[in-house]
Design a protein around this ligand. Structure first.
Ligand code: ZN
Length: 843
């Protein structure tokens, strides 16, 4: 347990530099000095909210860099339910990206990161619904677990627990649960099973971090009673690094690339307010820690350590930081003899990083490949160098997880590079590298984490490590390093990744949905990838008996690790509509391999391997289309064109810069991707051409956009105003406002059944003001709300039709929701169908 706990408590020390996500931190003198100042501050702040991006990075940066407190952000979710501005990844894959973005943000603002098991299941209008879907007791348990583990002196809520309904239900729920946790964390009768690993903990104070927008306006906020408030001047300028606190906060916030939250820093005075919720108001109304001992005196036997660190601070030499090493090594040794465990672990990790930084001590273990399978032998290249006059000796090296210790006894002389070749054998029981929260199937509201000790840990838990035991000034200090893989990229330079443990073979059914609109057979492509050299076996595609798969199995033989091969199965669907899950399974030496490897690789985060069950959805559906030729203009990114092709359409991706009347002549429908009018500037100048296309008898189909940042006000040929209306309850009853409209009748008759099985939501950002030329087709609403009628609007224009829809086709089509295919096919066909008599349109 200790090992895991230490991992979770690793401090991301103050760092103002931005490097490649993965590269080791290389601190300069000012950064080292700040690390030493931090060694002498023993106070903690825990900031609590619901999502990646909810956190106030100005406040986190202020506590971490100005106060020098341990500062952590507990985001209850990993942001799985949002939209993705940088790629097609959604749901748990988006959660993986946002997890990493938060980790990178904390590297910049100096905070730490925690999560609960709660799943961001999408927008929720009230905390009641949120807590029901999440499983309130489990999320409460995780918050209390985090409090007991992190032991904050102060908790700050981003949201107000008293104003449920004014914001996202997850937001209010985060505040409600945080308030409930305040006393419960200290009650040993609450979640007593946790006490095997952690102690009850009483936080001293709890605040709400208001902002003027909680009050509706700056004027209202200025006028509010602030007798229960404290305030801090957070517009600090850090002269030693040349940045303002807001500039650091903006760099941190800009890590949220998948949300498009690039942020520009500001300078000058700024005030942050905190409203007391629990505990006593501090007498010093500018200091959350007032009256709390944040010195080494709070630890039994800690006083001399504090005195020694004060001496190190006073004597610090910015030209020669290594002069501090003897005293730092002594302080490390004193910390080891403490009885208390909490601060001992935290400060041991901090001081080790500081010593390594003072010495320019560089320790690295590099694998030959980025991927390795269990039972394989890693040929590691180890680099060890001390770049200080302080005498050091590499006593031994221990490899994990096998715990093999090899004596070295190498004297590390100043700036003398040592390279050692080293073998590391991965055990056969070695687990694959993957996000621990995705290993077992969860529910809509919560992830399943089998091991209590893992709960809260932000990142993938990596087990392949090398521990360097170094003797520094007579003190033996272990330095733990993950095994990495690095290479030189001609454009980017040195690229760093961690070693991933992978299955011997992974497979992937290339189409995640296969749509059979007739009983005709289709060829299904499955990709096989070797995780090691010489993988030989058989591949099967498992489907229910009503689906005929030929051949029964396909042999494969991949000589070289990393090699890929694509094979094809012939699948004949049943005669009548049916849905099934297909699984691709590889058999090697009698062992069954059922995983698909998904690699998420962006420059701003550490490369991620996600292993999912290798499967896809097969649908036999009676779907009528009129084979329209579709031009698709990609917006923020979605997978709709692939779905359209599955439906049998010919789809051309159209570069908006190249839109001309002649070019459009080749198409029947122009369809815009999600948020195209938020992200594609070129569209602003092409609207007249597109409207003329409609006028001439064609169809334009626009998917949802957000009301802010539209590239043009001229969205449709008639006035149309987008609102924030949405229907988040995917099962909300759908009423037909225009039952006779062609779009509900031809070529596919649409019934209420076609709105069953939708995922996460029905739609978002519906227009709420529109010209009378538009016919609203559908109406629905979340519980307790007024009807929302803007989900699907159709207006004839000239000889053609303009359609605006906020329905979430971008989510439903890739999930294989039959009703969504049928409705979309009708929308695409709207010009060739006519309104039919009333009797026929009735439900
Ligand atoms: Zn949020």
């Amino acid at each position: 347990m200790q090992k895991v706990l230490i991992q979770s408590l690793v401090i991301f020390l103050l760092s103002f530099q931005i490097t490649n996500a993965q590269q080791p931190q290389k601190s300069n003198s000012v950064e080292i000095y700040n690390q030493i100042l931090k060694l002498n501050f023993l106070g903690s702040v825990l900031y609590i909210a619901a999502h990646p991006d909810d956190e106030n990075t100005r406040l986190i940066s202020y506590f971490s860099n100005e106060t020098k407190a341990r500062t952590s952000y507990l985001s209850l979710t990993r942001g799985d339910g949002g939209q993705n501005l940088i790629g097609p990844q959604l749901r748990e894959l988006l959660g993986v990206i946002r997890t990493q973005e938060l980790i990178e943000a904390r590297k910049i603002d100096g905070g730490e990161q925690f999560f609960t098991r709660a799943n961001d299941f999408g927008f929720s209008k009230n905390p009641g619904e949120t807590l029901e879907i999440w499983d309130k007791e489990k999320v409460l348990a995780d918050i209390i677990w985090t409090i007991r583990k992190f032991q904050p002196d102060v908790i700050i809520n981003r949201f107000d627990h008293r104003t449920a309904g004014n914001t996202h239900g997850h937001h209010s729920a985060s505040a409600i649960l945080s308030v409930e946790s305040f006393d419960k964390a200290n009650n040993p009768a609450i979640f007593p099973e946790q006490l095997k690993w952690v102690k009850p903990w009483q936080t001293k104070r709890q605040f709400f971090n208001p902002s003027w927008w909680f009050y509706g306006s700056q004027a209202k906020f200025d006028a509010a009673d602030k007798s229960n408030f404290i305030s801090m001047q957070t517009g600090v300028y850090y002269a030693s690094t040349g940045k303002s606190n807001q500039e650091i906060a903006a760099l941190s916030r800009s890590c949220h690339q998948s949300q498009g939250f690039g942020s520009t820093g500001s300078r000058g005075e700024e005030t942050e307010y905190l409203e007391l919720i629990n505990g006593e108001l501090p007498k010093d109304k500018a200091n959350v820690f007032h009256g709390i001992d944040t010195t080494w005196n709070r630890v039994k036997g800690g006083k001399p350590i504090g005195e020694l660190i004060s001496k190190i601070v006073a004597e610090f030499d910015f030209v020669n930081p290594s002069a501090s090493i003897p005293d730092l090594a002594k302080a490390y040794s004193m910390i080891q003899s403490l009885d208390e465990n909490h601060w001992k672990q935290i400060k041991s990790e901090e001081i080790k990083k500081t010593i390594a930084a003072c010495a320019g001590l560089y320790l690295e273990a590099v694998a030959q490949n980025q991927e390795a399978t269990p039972e394989s032998l890693l040929k590691l290249k180890i680099e060890a160098i001390n770049r200080s006059p302080i005498e050091m000796k590499l006593i031994n090296v221990t490899t994990l997880p096998e715990q093999k210790n090899t004596p070295q006894n190498i004297v590390l002389k100043n700036n003398l590079l040592h390279k050692i070749n080293f073998d590391l054998e991965l055990p056969s029981t070695m687990e694959y590298t993957q996000a621990y929260w995705l290993k077992n199937k969860g529910t809509e509201g919560i992830y399943t984490v089998a091991d209590q000790k893992n709960i809260g840990i932000p990142d993938i838990i990596r087990e392949v490590k090398v521990v360097f035991n170094v003797l520094i000034n007579g003190v033996e200090i272990p330095f733990e390093r993950n095994v990495i893989y690095k290479y030189n990229d001609d454009v980017k330079g040195e690229v760093y990744n961690y070693l991933d443990v992978v299955p011997e073979v992974t497979t992937s059914i290339l189409d995640k949905v296969s749509l059979f609109t007739t009983a005709k057979k289709k060829y299904i492509a499955v990709k096989i990838k070797a995780g090691k050299d010489g993988v030989k076996g058989d591949l099967q595609l498992e489907l229910p008996k009503s689906w005929i798969v030929l051949p029964k199995s396909i042999p494969f033989n991949l000589d070289i690790k990393g090699l890929e091969q694509t094979v094809y199965f012939e699948v004949t669907p049943p005669n009548s509509p049916e849905e099934a899950v297909a699984k691709s399974i590889a058999f090697v030496d009698g062992k069954r391999f059922d995983k698909e490897q998904i690699i998420i690789d962006f420059d701003h985060i550490t490369k991620q391997q996600v292993l999912k069950s290798s499967e896809s959805k097969f649908i036999r559906l009676d779907l009528q289309t009129n084979n329209e030729r579709i031009a698709y203009i990609m917006g923020a990114g979605d997978d709709v064109p692939n779905s359209l092709m599955q439906m049998g359409y010919k789809v051309t991706l159209l570069n908006p810069e190249e839109i001309t009347p002649e070019k459009l002549d080749n198409f029947d429908v122009v369809m815009t991707g999600v948020r195209a009018y938020n992200t594609v500037q070129a569209l602003a100048n092409k609207q007249n051409i597109l409207f003329d296309f409609v006028k001439g008898g064609k169809t334009m189909l626009v998917q949802y956009n957000t009301p802010n940042d539209l590239v043009t006000e001229n969205l449709a040929p008639f006035p149309l105003k987008i609102s924030r209306d949405r229907v988040t309850e995917e099962n909300a009853e759908v009423r037909f406002l225009a039952p006779n409209n062609a779009v509900l009748n031809a070529p596919n008759p649409i019934t209420a059944k076609d709105f069953q099985g939708w995922k996460q939501e029905q739609g978002l950002y519906y227009p709420n003001e529109y010209d009378k030329a538009f016919t609203p087709i559908l109406s629905s609403n979340d519980k307790g709300e007024t009807p929302k009628n803007g989900a699907l609007l159709i207006a004839p224009y000239g000889k053609g039709h303009y359609i605006y829809t906020g329905l979430s086709f971008f989510r439903e089509l890739p999930e294989g929701v039959s009703g969504a295919y049928k409705l979309l096919a009708n929308m695409l066909s709207v010009k060739s169908t006519v309104t039919i008599p009333a009797e026929k349109g009735k439900l």
